[in-house]
Design a protein around this ligand. Structure first.
Ligand SMILES: NC(=O)c1ccc[n+]([C@@H]2O[C@H](COP(=O)([O-])OP(=O)(O)OC[C@H]3O[C@@H](n4cnc5c(N)ncnc54)[C@H](OP(=O)(O)O)[C@@H]3O)[C@@H](O)[C@H]2O)c1
Length: 294
């Protein structure tokens, strides 16, 4: 599988990462099956995993995904001690009674980070991402200030952002180093190409992690029968999902799609996308999928 440097960090990891969310939210598989999915992703070569404290059922279940991943990775590493796995987690949301709400207040982030350290069983989080800003209720600079404190205290090695605009990236970078940005991005949601986030990350060498790369819950079916993806999929004996992930991966050296999986076959298919050579198809795919420049 293709590997690349993760933004300005010293980590080299796989261009495709496992998105952990479907293993811990409503409809999740049981714990044994969840661990098998993570093992399948690792066996297939993935070395990057995206998680969050709030990938769980509700406020009483916070940390479910982080703990599941930590257990699965520790178990897998018994037989693979030299493999380096980059786990990126997030803080800044809450799950009161199962709903999804923002809380980017410094006090919350500091408490959430402590809980993530415990759930992951580590002394330092490799990449800690702000899940989402909460302006105007919480000044963005206060939120980033909390992340800077966590980094100074050694609890966080690198800081990332999620669900942000270019202005957030620039304001955050005036205060701390930002290594990654994670926004929704797939062939039917191309906002990041219009609002400048994709170009900003490429220009500044920031890792960009397209989330919901095969459409998430909303656009998954439309991706499966997308004509431009389907034409290439037929030629390469691949699936539309694999072409969607591969297309994103080929858009730049700094791009790390993180497809989710609750089934072994989804994780294995996404890993296959990491070995696709789409160079002969990129022009046609991008002409069909990227928003037209005026
Ligand atoms: N930062 C944020 O605000 C945010 C928001 C949403 C997601 N995320 C992150 O991004 C990750 C991915 O997003 P997502 O899980 O919402 O959507 P997604 O990656 O588009 O995946 C949606 C579903 O598609 C299926 N799938 C994935 N890859 C496939 C493949 N190669 N072939 C066939 N089916 C495939 C999986 O189904 P099965 O479950 O049936 O295996 C998966 O649950 C999440 O897991 C999470 O880590 C971040």
């Amino acid at each position: 599988m293709l590997t690349r440097r993760f933004g300005p960090t010293d980590f080299t990891t796989t261009a495709i990462g496992l998105g952990g969310m479907p293993l811990s939210i409503k409809g999740r598989p049981d714990e044994t099956a969840g661990i098998e999915v993570i093992h399948a992703a690792l066996d297939a070569g993935m070395r990057l995993i995206d998680t969050a404290d709030v990938y769980c059922l509700d406020h009483e279940d916070i940390g479910h995904n982080e703990a599941l991943i930590a257990n699965a990775v520790a178990d897998w590493q018994v037989a693979n001690p030299s493999a380096e796995i980059l786990i990126a987690t997030k803080g800044g949301l809450e799950r009161p009674d199962g709903s999804w709400t923002r809380n980017a207040h410094p006090d919350h982030l500091k408490r959430a980070c402590e809980a993530s350290l415990r759930a992951l069983g580590v002394d330092q989080i490799a990449v800690y991402q702000l899940h989402a800003p909460q302006e105007p209720l919480v000044p963005f600079e206060d939120t980033i200030g909390a992340l800077a404190d966590l980094q100074r205290e050694g609890k966080v090695k690198h800081i990332g952002l999620s669900n942000v605009e270019v202005d957030h990236i620039r304001r955050a970078r005036a205060m701390v180093e930002i290594v990654s940005v994670q926004n929704r991005c797939h062939p039917l949601d191309t906002a990041v190409f219009k609002n400048g986030v994709f170009d900003e990350c490429a220009r500044e060498g920031i890792a960009f992690m397209p989330y919901s790369p095969v459409g998430g819950w909303k656009d998954r079916k439309a991706i499966q029968c997308h004509s431009a993806l389907g034409r290439v999929a037929d030629q390469l004996d691949a699936s539309c999902e694999e072409i969607a992930i591969g297309w994103l991966m080929h858009l730049g050296e700094n791009v790390f799609p993180i497809p989710g999986a609750s089934k072994i076959r989804s994780a294995q298919s996404s890993a296959r996308a990491g070995s696709l050579d789409l160079s002969a198809h990129m022009e046609a795919l991008s002409a069909a999928l990227l928003p037209k420049r005026r």
